[in-house]
Structures are given as structure tokens and as C-alpha cells.
Design a protein around this ligand. Structure first.
Ligand SMILES: C[S@@+](CC[C@H](N)C(=O)[O-])C[C@H]1O[C@@H](n2cnc3c(N)ncnc32)[C@H](O)[C@@H]1O
Length: 245
């Protein structure tokens, strides 16, 4: 039986409001550090006044790092209120707003860089709504802007085989819609890398790179990575702040 979108949404909100044991707020994954340095590092020295958005920001783990960029306007957005309060208390000068990734409360063409870290996109159900979230991220970007998101890697389900996950795999194969039930009870999208690349291209974004959780970590090929980061841009400007051709 297919899950009802409203039920999935309510379940997600309840979970992220109350039960999600958030990461240590200062923790940042290597992939994230690499991406922030590579795509925003120059803006720091050039003192560009950028607008940065942390979408599905949770308690502001990434917001905090965006906030370090001098002169930037930082927006945090999430559907769960409790984590938003926590994010706001730690980043008082950032703007926080409650909203849905599938209908961003942000003006068209307003953002230079947006990030949806730690797989927020994968909790949007069903697939059409999840696709809508990609369209929304594209909509809010300025020409030449960058969007970064991570998504669960279906391959890692096969390569890091665990008996507890057999039921999830079974549900994936019987439904064939990309979603499976995680052990925490959340219905979560798991992407096939090539399928996701096609999806991103279909909404008009250009993929710049797919980043492993440990970039440069030769010891772990992407098929073993539980989630991957996709860096995309709108238009063809080589750096943020330059006009797109
Ligand atoms: C795994 S947490 C990641 C939080 C944060 N980005 C981080 O990296 O620490 C996923 C976040 O996505 C948010 N989320 C899930 N579905 C959402 C939706 N439809 N609209 C906005 N936020 C959503 C959750 O409330 C949660 O805070």
C-alpha cells in the first residue's frame, strides 16, 4: 500500500521536532567543508555581499558556517519549528523562516548559494513533490548561482549490506518508486546517481560535481557512500558573483 503524503509529512515533522538526535552543532562533514571552501572561499576574501540560504536547516549546523562569511545575508529555512528556534538562538543575525522545501518562501532569483545538507530533500514524498523542491531551488537562484544538496545513495544499501535493511530493500522493490522505510520509520528517498543527474538536468541545473563524503578518500569509492553531495549551478558563470553568460 502506498503511503499518504500528508501522513508522511506529519510523521517527518514529528520526528524532526522531537526525536531527531541532532548532530553536534559544530560538526561538519568533510564533503561540506570542501564544498564551502571551494565555492564560497573566494567570496570571503573578495568581500562579496552574497545571499546564502540553508534549506532544511534543522538546528543550523550549516547556517553557522555560512554565517562566518562576512557581509553575507544568511537565510535558514525548515518545516520543523523547534530546530529553527535552536538555529536562531545561535545565529541571531540570520533570518529564519518556516516553510516547505517544495514551496520555498524566498523570492525568485534572490539567492547566490543555497544548500540542503544532510539529505533534507529525501524526506519529501512523493517523488513529484521532491522534484518540485529541485525546481524551487532553481527558481530562487540568481544566474550563476550554486545549489548544493545531498541525497541517499541507493548503491550503499547493496554494498553495506545489513540484515536489518532487508525489509527496506523489499519495500523498495515492491514499490519501485525510490522510497524505502528507514529503521527510524521515516520514508526516505534513495537515489540512483545517474537517475538523479538526469533529474537535475531536467529541471535546468548543470551538475558541476558529485562529492563523496570524504573527497579525496581513495579508499572509499562512491558506491559505498551512504550519501553523496551534488553541486549544481544555474547558467554558466564560473564563479559566484560573476554574470552568467
Ligand atoms: C537530517 S535533517 C538535516 C538538518 C540540517 N540540514 C543539517 O545538515 O544538520 C533534515 C531536515 O530537513 C527538514 N525537512 C524535512 N522535510 C522538509 C520539508 N518538506 N520542508 C522543509 N524542511 C524539511 C527536517 O525538518 C530536518 O530539519
Amino acid at each position: 500500500m502506498q503511503a499518504q503524503p500528508n501522513q508522511v509529512l506529519e510523521n517527518n515533522i514529528r520526528y524532526f521536532e522531537t526525536r531527531w538526535n541532532n548532530l553536534e552543532p559544530r560538526q561538519i562533514f568533510r564533503a561540506e567543508a570542501y564544498i564551502l571552501q571551494k565555492y564560497l572561499g573566494h567570496a570571503h576574501s573578495a568581500r562579496l555581499h552574497l545571499t546564502l540560504a540553508d534549506l532544511g536547516c534543522g538546528a543550523g549546523r550549516i547556517t553557522k558556517h555560512l554565517h562566518l562569511l562576512e557581509g553575507a545575508t544568511v537565510i535558514g529555512m525548515d518545516i520543523a519549528i523547534e530546530p529553527l528556534w535552536r538555529a536562531r538562538s545561535e545565529n541571531p543575525s540570520a533570518l529564519f523562516v518556516r516553510g516547505s522545501l517544495a514551496e520555498l518562501p524566498i523570492a525568485t532569483g534572490a539567492v547566490d548559494f543555497c544548500i540542503c545538507a544532510f539529505n533534507g530533500l529525501d524526506y519529501i514524498y512523493p517523488a513529484a513533490l521532491r522534484r518540485q523542491a529541485l525546481v524551487e531551488m532553481r527558481r530562487v537562484l540568481k544566474p550563476g548561482g550554486i545549489v548544493v544538496f545531498s541525497s541517499h545513495n541507493l548503491w550503499a544499501y547493496f554494498t553495506t549490506f545489513r540484515i536489518l535493511r532487508l525489509r527496506s530493500l523489499w519495500s523498495y522493490y515492491t514499490r519501485r518508486n525510490g522510497y524505502l522505510m528507514e529503521p527510524n520509520g521515516l520514508i526516505t528517498y534513495h537515489a540512483r546517481r545517474h537517475g538523479l543527474l538526469r533529474e537535475v538536468a531536467a529541471v535546468g541545473l548543470q551538475v558541476l560535481e558529485v562529492v563523496n563524503s570524504d573527497p579525496g578518500g581513495w579508499w572509499r569509492p562512491w558506491v559505498f557512500d551512504p550519501w553523496l553531495y551534488y553541486v549544481c549551478r544555474l547558467g554558466s558563470a564560473a564563479v559566484i558573483g560573476a554574470p552568467a553568460s
